[in-house]
Structures are given as C-alpha cells and as structure tokens.
Design a protein around this ligand. Structure first.
Ligand code: ZN
Length: 262
C-alpha cells in the first residue's frame, strides 16, 4: 500500500511552479527549483520501528529504485544503514562497516534521488547546533521536507549503532539504552540526513536525522554530536512524500508508538 502526498503535480509542473514562486514571493518566501525527482520515499513508518517492528519485506534493491541517498536500518535492527551514492552500507553494533547486498531486507528506511538545489561551503568550524542552524537558515520553508549531505572534514563526530534483536522484540527506546557509541576525530566523511516538518512526526522523525560514513568506509553510524572543520553542505528540497507500508508481518497488528523519535 502506498500513501502519496504531492505538493505540486508533475502534470502541472511549469504553471504550478511559477504560481508557487509568485505566491511565495508575496509572503516573503522563496521557491526552490524542482529537478523533477524531488521525492522523499520511505518504507514503513518510524513509529512502527519504535514499537519494535524490526522486520520488513522490502529489499534494499527495491529501496534503491527510489533513490541513491538515504538512511535507515536492516531487518532485526542489525545496525545503522547508510545509503550513499547508490551503495548501501551497514554500520554494525561493533562499529565495523560493510556493504549490504541488494537482497537484504529493511524494516524502515528513507531515501531520495538526491540533486542539490542549495550548496553551502562552511569552512568555519561548526558545532552540531551551528550546523543545524546553517541548514535551518538555508531552508526556504518549514513545511517541506529537505534531504541534505555534508561532505568534508570533521574535527570530531560521535555516532551510535544498535545491536541485532531477537524475538520478542523490545521497543526501540529500550534497545537504545544498550547502544554502542563511537568517537572519531579529524576524520573525513559524509553525513546523509533529512530535515522533516513537524507534521511528519510519527510516520517519520520531525526535525533532523543524520547518519555518517567515513571517507575510508571503515566507520560511521547515527550521528549524536559533531564539530566540523571544513565541510560543504548540499540540500535538496522535496515536494513529494511517498510511503510504502508493509502488508504482512508485525506491522499489520502492532500498536504503533506514541513516543517522539529522538
Ligand atoms: Zn538513525
């Protein structure tokens, strides 16, 4: 099953985009050029993952048909998943990184066909909050999802991963109490992330969600904190939000979490 929310239909792309630009100009906003592939695709929902739905039926090969950049996890919550330039990587609980095969299944992931609308060179050191503030300042709407990537050198970056689970599955907040954490210093790498509007909380995470991969592909994880040294931020506004939902397994009957994802 799919839910599709479309901010501007492809058929009316030119007129709607122009109308959007005119309408936004009048209220101080600024429309961003569409590249024709501005779809945020997600499989399942984050509140299902939080409730312990750790097995899905979508393969990574199917996921990658919807984009070459994104994040999520794999079945049994066996580590953090980073999709970068069309290659999916797993950052395991022990911190090791490996490429994931196309037949691996995911219980939750989000991807986009990334094409930067906005590029911000940031050669001054930024704290985690300052990095978020820089992306906030470049966003031209609080009501549209943004994908982004941050490439460069990080003075420090702290990440986490999660251990594979066995049934009966515990809620994600319980599992995260036993997460492993990794600290990198003076490391080159790439963050893939999303900033999502408040109304997407539940189906997904409102605000920021970032996963990291080192340039040598030997480390990474879900980002907890960082200090940049010299990075470039690229952002892609998306105008379609597509969700494919599991039709079998635990998703059908699990009471979804009411907690906010952090
Ligand atoms: Zn994450």
């Amino acid at each position: 099953m799919r839910i599709r929310m479309v901010a501007a239909g492809a058929a009316g792309l030119v007129s709607l985009t122009l109308f959007g630009a005119l309408a936004l100009a009048g209220c101080g906003g600024q429309a961003t050029a569409r590249d024709g592939k501005d779809v945020l695709f997600q499989y399942s929902t984050l509140n299902a993952l939080m409730a312990g739905v750790y097995e899905g039926q979508m393969t990574l090969a199917e996921l990658e048909e919807h984009g070459q950049q994104g994040l999520g996890t794999i079945n049994t919550l066996d580590g953090e998943m980073v999709l970068l330039d069309g290659t999916a990587y797993r950052v395991g609980f022990d911190g090791t990184v490996g490429k994931l095969a196309g037949d691996v299944l995911t219980p939750f992931a989000e991807v986009t066909d990334f094409s930067a609308d906005i590029t911000l060179p940031e050669d001054q050191p930024l704290s985690f909050d300052q990095l978020k503030a820089a992306i906030d300042a470049a966003r031209t709407s609080a009501n549209l999802p943004y994908a982004f990537r941050v490439d460069g050198t990080f003075a420090s970056i702290k990440t986490r991963s999660v251990p594979a689970q066995t049934r009966p599955y515990r809620p994600l907040t319980e599992v995260l109490k036993g997460q492993s954490e990794f600290q990198f210093t003076n490391v080159q790498g790439t963050i893939v992330g999303f900033w999502l509007p408040a109304y997407m909380s539940g189906p997904n995470a409102a605000g920021y969600h970032m996963h990291f991969l080192t340039a040598d592909r030997k480390g990474g994880g879900h980002v907890l904190d960082l200090q940049t040294a010299n990075v470039t931020i690229k952002m892609d506004e998306t105008s379609e939000w597509v969700s494919e939902l599991p039709t079998s397994g635990d998703f059908r009957s699990t009471a979804l979490s009411q907690e906010q994802y952090k």
